[in-house]
Design a protein around this ligand. Sequence first.
Ligand SMILES: Nc1ncnc2c1ncn2[C@@H]1O[C@H](COP(=O)(O)OP(=O)(O)OP(=O)(O)O)[C@@H](O)[C@H]1O
Ligand SMILES: [Mg+2]
Length: 434
Amino acid sequence: MARDGADALQQIAEHSIDLVLCDIQMPGINGLELVRQIHDVEPDLPCIVMTGYNTPENSVEALQAGAFWYLEKPFEQDRLDVVRQLVAQAIEHGHLKSENRHLQRQLRSRHKFDSIIGKSASLGRTLAIVERVADTESTVLITGESGTGKELVARALHYNSRRAERKLVTVNCGAIPEELLESELFGHVKGAFTNAVNHRDGRFTVAHRGTIFLDEIGDMSPNLQVKLLRVLQERTFEPVGSSKTIKVDVRIIAATHQDLPKLIREGRFREDLYYRLNVLPIEVPALRDRSGDLPLLIHHFLDVARLERGSRVDGVTDEAMQRLIDYHWPGNVRELENLIERMTVLVELGEIQLEDLPAHIMAEPKIQGSAPRVPSSGLDFNTVVGHFESDLIKQALEHTHWNKNRAAGLLGLNRTTLLEKIKKRGITPPEDAD
Ligand SMILES: Nc1ncnc2c1ncn2[C@@H]1O[C@H](COP(=O)(O)OP(=O)(O)OP(=O)(O)O)[C@@H](O)[C@H]1O
Ligand SMILES: [Mg+2]
């Protein structure tokens, strides 16, 4: 109970209040002004305004001032239930709003850069670019092998931009069948196709004023590529079955694990779309090319297991660590994350030993000049060959102090083939060479 507006504000500052019910006509501050002042300090506190003079202007003004609802006095007996219900709803609404704000804040801090673990120079270069381009409006294309952390980078971009308070909408273009993807992206009107019983907004509309993350963009069909190109150029599109043009304000981030220039050569990806997307390219390095990050990542995932799943595994023996560092990680950080999760369940307590590691990690042949043996457990042909190839190229580059012409000569390759391979395999000069 408060005597007047000033008293109410004082009480709100001192106590935790769930709901305010107030008159419009009061001595001192009037009810509408009070609602405004309350929301300056407690934006989620619901206020119900009561009035003896129910004019349309009063009710509109009350809602404009930010009131949850307005009620006409006096409350007749038969309306008391409605009032009770309204009060319960207002309180719940306030709780949900403040909980939502809290979660949003938590989400944002989780996607700041410190959620991306790693101190290697190659990841550092990537993150420096991420930091520089996060708060721009430019389209970003994130490339990198599967499981390297492309989605993590996309989140960091969004949550460090001025759009962070708005939505980040993710669409996995590879996971949705072509005929559904168009309506998923652009929406459809009622009756546009057999199952379109209702109008539905597309993801671009949902992402208005926020960011849309188009994952696996390399899987998009040529037909949709044309439509996406137009969105990139004009920020406009038409929902399926509609001729009404919709304009949106969205920032576009795309990602792919595929080699888009190669898809262009094969006629599977539009070159004009590629140039529109590739305004700011960000490449996330493969885990095998930053094995210095392995101990950090392993300890990070062990910490997560301890904190979230009560694991009692507290480390990895030196031998096991060395084996993990030598492994080629075809599935990158995701493979490592899954492995650590499995290990913390199987090992139960103490340190992870060499013998605890799964056979395919134990048995991987070390490539040292001669062709590797095929272990009885089998191997992944492409990754072993890839590894072998990288190794030869690195050696040739070292011999020639990174003179690519001469390295190509040493390997009997032409220069462009070598350059392509260097790019594809993410081979970078050692830190001290410049
Ligand atoms: N540097 C990192 N630090 C901490 N966790 C990471 C890091 N990189 C990746 N991860 C984790 O590894 C998993 C895979 O990352 P993410 O989904 O971002 O990869 P991706 O490149 O999008 O893979 P895909 O191409 O398969 O979709 C996620 O659980 C992510 O949290
Ligand atoms: Mg992904």
